[in-house]
Design a protein around this ligand. Structure first.
Ligand code: C5P
Length: 211
């Protein structure tokens, strides 16, 4: 069983993916962490003339050991991630890693921006998770405050809107809802409700496949 979960920043896709991974005992890859790991390594080189080539070289070295969610969870790293995510050769360096992760015998769940469109177009189940920018900003602010970061909701909302725009206009990305993805709006449902709905859909697909 391969499950692809896409959606914008702080939509709840990570929480829903973790929940599904636990329910179905599937290995889970948060693919945003791959881009964040490259962004993190590039933090002091954002204005470097050789930025693109350095980011591509870094992307070729990324592996699971680089993916410290705690370290990579800051707004500065998110900004750098969305910058490196625009470089096609960074994307292609990270693509095979994601495809290999999805090929595991156990099956897998991957969340990101282009999982259903580009990385796993034949996934058994696809979800597109969304929520209003205001609700996403509220959630992300709470998460960051819990981590002890000093952040303001109005700043986080501005960053989320800027990142949405940057992602939407990413010429190297395929950041749209795959045609056969199930749309879950977590502003209407809340995360637990969205997870329950996602589980119902996965159970239906499993039952269909089994019989
Ligand atoms: O999901 P997360 O907020 O951690 O992603 C950080 C950034 O990485 C996104 O804003 C996006 O620019 C990039 N990204 C991407 N493709 C993915 C996952 C993330 O381009 N599959």
């Amino acid at each position: 069983m391969i499950i692809a979960v896409d959606g914008p920043a702080a939509s709840g896709k990570g929480t829903i993916s973790k929940g599904l991974a636990e329910l179905y005992n599937l290995p889970h890859l948060d693919t945003g962490l791959l881009y964040r790991a490259v962004g993190y390594a590039m933090l002091d080189k954002l204005e470097d003339d050789n930025f693109e080539n350095l980011a591509i070289d870094t992307a070729k070295t990324i592996n699971l050991k680089n993916l410290d969610a705690e370290l990579l969870g800051t707004p500065e790293v998110a900004y750098a991630a969305s910058k490196v995510a625009k470089i096609e050769n960074v994307r292609s360096a990270l693509r095979q890693f994601q495809i290999d992760f999805a090929k595991q015998k156990t099956g897998a769940i991957l969340d990101g921006r282009d999982i259903g469109t580009k990385i796993c177009p034949n996934a058994d189940v696809k979800f597109y998770i969304t929520a209003t920018p205001q609700i996403r900003a509220k959630r992300r602010t709470l998460q960051l405050l819990e981590k002890g970061l000093d952040v303001k909701e109005s700043d986080i909302l501005a960053q989320i809107i800027a990142r949405d725009e940057s992602d939407k206009t990413n010429p190297a990305g395929n950041f749209y809802k795959s045609q056969n993805a199930h749309l879950l709006d977590s502003s209407l449902l809340d995360i637990e409700g969205a997870l329950r709905k996602a589980k119902t859909i996965v159970d239906e697909v499993m039952a269909r496949q089994a019989g």
